[in-house]
Each structure stands twice: as structure tokens, then as C-alpha cells.
Design a binder for this molecule. Sequence first.
Ligand code: EPS
Length: 346
Amino acid sequence: MLRYLTAGESHGKGLIAILEGLPAGLRIDVDFINAELRRRQMGFGRGARMKIEHDTAEIFSGLKAQKTLASPIAMIIHNKDFSIETLHPVFCPRPGHADLAGYLKYGFSDIRECLERASARSTAATVAIGAVCKLLLKEFNISINSTVTSIGGATSLKERIEKIKQAMQRNDTVGGTFQICCHNVPAGLGSYVHPDRRLDGRLAGALMAIPGIKAVEIGLGFGYAKRFGSQVHDAIYYNKKKGYFRLTNNAGGIEGGISNGEDIHLSCCMKPIATLMNPLNSVNVSTNKPAKAATERSDVCAVQSAGVVAESVVAFVLADALLEKFGADVLSDIKKAYQFYLRRIR
Ligand code: EPS
């Protein structure tokens, strides 16, 4: 079983990520992890914090001569903006953020005590984990990419940029949608035998748990509800070169909770960032009197970054499912089991 934990507050000392369950013998390229961290910080509409931080991962444990030892990999990303003890308290919860629900749940007297961990800053640690998982998947020629498909309803690149500019001019924020595509995933990851083993449920759960994500679709998604069965199910073909294959992929590469050998297609909707510089009505929790919501330095649009975070959680789920199927101790053994299986299913 592959598992991970992250720790760290937005303006604390930094973020920590621990990944446990990787096989021995995987070469870890720290430059690749740092390039992924850089990708998460990019995109038109990111806020001033992205100019302060230059996220890089320090690998603290789990490697010798750059190769995994099968022991937990611990990574540290230091925050340049380490200011948690001196930042002002927050009393007016932002609608759409964890502020009010977190304040009520944990009995804090200052909303900052929940917003620090609720901040999407924690996704830097998630991306470090995902980058290591991508390095494992690369050994099996599996790759994952994300593409922004719309911003505030606009789809062309020009209009998407225009939407973000409009949001900036209005002192507003804007969300959007993105797609994830996973190439070369073998048939057979996940299982129909129990709900918690279904690959679709595991992927959708991981994606929904990314801050700001409000909807996830697999393949045709909601489109399935509008057509007849004969119009949506992907007919099956076989030839010696390819093995089993389809000419359409409405299933998004997953049938019965199992990957079917086609590319896995996922799409997500991200809501607009909740911190508004023209704040909505709220209530001051120290007086219960009406007040405008708190304002904080934030982003105008982070959909492109959310795509990078989504690639990371998808990489984790696929790496976990791959190790579950082919063994998890030694990379070379896993590769042999994988090749044997590919020959069998041909
Ligand atoms: C983020 C860091 C945060 C925000 C953003 C994401 O830094 P700061 O609060 O210091 O500006 O820019 O967080 C949110 C949008 C949020 O709602 O929590 C990051 O590293 O991605």
C-alpha cells in the first residue's frame, strides 16, 4: 500500500511530505520534482506569494545514491514567507473558504488558526509527492498531463486570458475547468470487487479533495445522461499488434472500476478563489455584527496550478494501483511482473 502525509501551514516554517510504500531501486531526480513544483507556481492570475516563494524540495530521507531504499521518503519545502506568529488575526470569514466552518469546528478564537492549514499552499507538498509517483510511472512509460479547458466559461486561450484580466479589473476572482489525460495505463488497475478498490472512485475522491474542486467527471461524465446506450458505449476490437482496443473512449479508460487499457480522461471544475478584494457580506465572529469578509493576499485565478495538483494526485492513485497489482518491493521485480502480464493480456 502506497500512502502519504503532508504537514505545514501557509505561513509556517514550511511544508513536509512523506511518501511510504515505494519499491527499492527507483532513481529519484530532484530536478524533476523541483520542475513540477515550479509548474504549480505558474499561470496567469497567480498572486504575489508566487513571486516570494521559489519552491524546492529538500529530500530528507529514503534515498542512498539517489535511489529509493523502500523506506519512507521525506521531503521538506521551506517557506520564505514564514510569518505565522506575527500575522494579524482574522474575524470576518470569507464566504466560500473554510473560514467559518473551520472556526466553528475547532473552537478557535481567530480564523487565522484554521485558514493557515486550509490554504492551498499545502498543495506544494502534494505536488512533491506526485512528482515522485510520476517518476515511478515513467519507468512503465505511463504519463499524465493536464490542460485548462475553460476560464469563467470562456474556452479559447485569448478569451480565457481576457476573463482573468476582467476579474483583475473588477477586483474579482474566476474559476474554470481542466482535463487530465493519463497515457499508457495498462488494463487491469483497480477492481470491481469492492467499492473502495474501484479506480474511478479512488481517482474521483482524490480529485474532489483538492482545494477548490467542485466537480469531477470521468470520460463523457454528465454527457452519458443525454444519450442512448448504443450511442455511448465503446465498441471492442482486437488485432495482434494492439491487442484489445476501442475506436471511441467515452468511458474515459475505466470500466467496472478497472482501467481498460485506453487513455484515462478526467475533467474537473474549480470554483473561483474565495478571497475577494471586493468582499461579500459576512459576520464578525467576535461581535456577531454584520461586516465585510476579510481580505488577504491571494490569487485571481489558479486553475492552471490546480491542473498540476490534479496530475499529482492522479499519479499517486495510479502508482498505488500499479504497485498493488505488480508487487511493491523491488523495481526490477515489478518490471518483470509487468512485462509478463502485458504478454498475457495480448
Ligand atoms: C498559495 C499560497 C497562498 C495563496 C493561495 C495559494 O499564499 P498567501 O495566502 O500567502 O498569498 O496565494 O491560497 C489560496 C488561494 C487560498 O485560498 O488559500 C499557494 O502556494 O498555492
